[in-house]
Write a protein of this length. Sequence first.
Length: 167
Amino acid sequence: MTAADFTPTKFHTADDKAWFANALLKFLADDCPRSGFIDRLYVRLSNSFGHIAHYDKHQFFEHFFPDSERRIAFLEETLQWPCYGSAEFTFCDVEMLVQSRITMVNLLAIVKAQRDSDVARRERGLLERLKAKYEPSLRPDTRSDLTAPATAPTAVLRQGSLFDFSE
């Protein structure tokens, strides 16, 4: 995007708006790296799309970007923002253009698919670990009587009370 795509405000040039739009879209396209979340991007983003500062840049990043679930929340909030104001006074023109680009490339669906893939990968890994623990394969030299599943103890176990001195 270029400055020609935006209307300057009293305090920000059209180049400032173009920089923000491009920096935000690059940050999102690069999968939100911490190194890409620079101060200038944070300051503008914390004042756009209805977001708040979250105390500082680090808390803002931790709230929205460390994993796919939080990136999904960020994208949903960003896409639902109604872009109030007039372009000669606000960054609403930038917000609308960023929303349209996010929608056009279907970024929300892509991040949701990444999240689903990550969850499936973690769950398959957990399943393999649990199967290895509870369904170990038998070596040829093991006895068949060891294959019976472990049973729970028949005695009722009770955690002692700190104030029960009768035991």
